[in-house]
Design a protein around this ligand. Structure first.
Ligand SMILES: Cc1cc2nc3c(=O)[nH]c(=O)nc-3n(C[C@H](O)[C@H](O)[C@H](O)COP(=O)(O)OP(=O)(O)OC[C@H]3O[C@@H](n4cnc5c(N)ncnc54)[C@H](O)[C@@H]3O)c2cc1C
Length: 399
């Protein structure tokens, strides 16, 4: 833990710290600086103080002390219009393993209006407990009320770990809750496990542009919070015989902050590339050489009933819209078959597709890194290979 302290007899009363504090929590009292409530330890005041009168002190808090209180692995059961997001089932599958390693229960936290009917689905995916906050004011996702209800529940129940899907909803909600609870949050994890010695959550995610995988621990605060992208974890087979204990969460409407009023929800119009749900994806990269050659990819994808993906190089070149991009800064996909055409297999691309069941790589360079993750590799010129493959598949499908 860290603490910021003012050494009173060294404070010169210059007020530099008051001006420097981005959160406005430093004030003066009798000519001496005072650090108030809401300090987030950014240390701007420490840097600004010309007299060295403000110091940051680090104190180690033994992990054991906090562990006695915190228990439970929680998953945010994100839903829209009553439909549970796919990533929730993936997180429950992963959460079950974490809960078993810790000997703790697995819980889903369901917020919404008229959503109680979703409980059996969450139980089937592994939840032992489902916390249900069912209220009309939670009908549509909004940061403030959702964060208020969720953060209060965490304060009351003290879970050990809380997981969110790295969807636009999860990415908006999780940091707000983490900030309210003054705990850490690791975004976009690709691996989660429990350290057998410290019993802390090991949160693995790409760092430095995907060039290394960093494993992060939240040592001093609970709950340990993480977001995980859809399709990174495998969904467990549902067991419909499972039953979860339901805990109704009281929603104190008067205490909810409602700074945003949602008038209506409008579905995005236009082409929607549902890469994340596709069973077969054919992706094209810079090896295509020209945007018009994406027609080869589209034809193969259409023949197989699949979707079209792309590397960032192809997207950056303006050959295809960003919604098709697969990889660290695009979509994470996990289809049954992923066909990479003219894609070298940079680590940032692999980060978005390497958990696909079958990977087929077509590349003229036998040393291309994509072959290291490929189930089947075809070394050859894509302009010869792809039309032949399309033709063969078309014939086979017709038969
Ligand atoms: C922070 C960061 C985030 C990134 N995020 C992403 C991301 O989300 N997704 C992503 O894809 N990339 C991402 N990148 C970029 C990534 O590093 C690579 O630059 C990119 O993936 C390369 O795309 P490519 O494989 O299509 O092109 P290249 O690396 O140029 O590969 C082209 C391949 O085509 C082959 N080829 C050429 N002609 C033919 C032919 N006629 N027949 C067969 N094969 C042929 C070549 O042998 C080569 O292997 C990111 C990079 C950074 C730094």
């Amino acid at each position: 833990m860290a603490n910021i302290r003012v050494i009173e007899n060294e404070c010169v009363g210059c007020e530099a710290c008051v001006d420097a504090c981005p959160f406005g929590v430093v004030s003066m009292s009798n000519g001496i600086a005072v650090i108030g409530e809401g300090c987030n330890m950014c240390s701007a005041c420490v840097d600004a103080c010309p007299a060295g009168a403000i110091v940051m002190e680090k104190t180690e808090q033994p992990v054991q002390e906090r562990e006695e209180e915190a228990s439970g692995v929680w998953v945010f059961a994100e839903q829209r219009g009553g439909k549970i997001a796919g990533v929730v089932h993936e997180l429950l599958g992963e959460g079950k393993k974490l809960a078993q390693a810790l000997g703790q229960p697995l819980a889903a936290v369901l917020l919404g209006s008229d959503v109680s009917s979703r409980v059996p689905e969450l139980a089937a995916s592994g939840a032992d407990i489902v916390y249900v906050a069912d209220h009309p004011s939670l009908a549509m996702f909004s940061d403030d009320p959702y964060a208020d209800v969720f953060a209060r529940l965490i304060r009351e129940e003290k879970p050990d770990i809380v997981l969110f899907g790295a969807t636009s909803t999860g990415r908006s909600l999780a940091p707000r809750i983490a900030a309210r609870l003054k705990t850490g949050l690791t975004a976009d994890c690709t691996g989660l496990s429990i350290d057998p010695e410290s019993r802390l959550l090991l949160q693995t995610r790409p760092a430095f542009g995907g060039n290394i995988m960093a494993t992060i621990r939240c040592r001093y605060r609970k709950p340990q919070m993480a977001t995980v992208r859809p399709k990174v974890m495998k969904r467990a087979t549902p067991d419909t015989s499972r039953v979860a204990a339901v805990r109704q969460v009281w929603v104190d409407v008067d205490a909810l902050r409602m700074r945003v009023k949602i008038d209506e929800f409008i579905e995005e119009a236009g082409e929607v590339v549902n890469l994340e749900d596709a069973d077969i994806i054919v992706s094209g990269g810079r090896g295509l050489g020209d945007p018009k050659h994406f027609s080869l990819i589209e034809e193969l994808a259409r023949t197989l009933g699949g979707a079209v993906g792309a590397s960032r190089a192809a997207v950056d070149a303006g050959w295809i819209p960003y919604s098709h991009q697969v990889g660290q800064t695009g979509k994470t996909v996990c289809p049954k078959v992923y066909i990479a055409v003219g894609i070298s297999g940079a680590i940032q691309h692999l980060a978005g597709m390497q958990s696909s069941d079958i990977i087929v790589a077509i590349n003229k360079n036998p040393d291309a890194p994509i072959f290291q993750v490929a189930t089947y590799g075809i070394v050859g010129d894509l302009f010869q290979v792809v039309p032949k493959l399309t033709e063969e598949f078309r014939r086979a499908m017709a038969e």
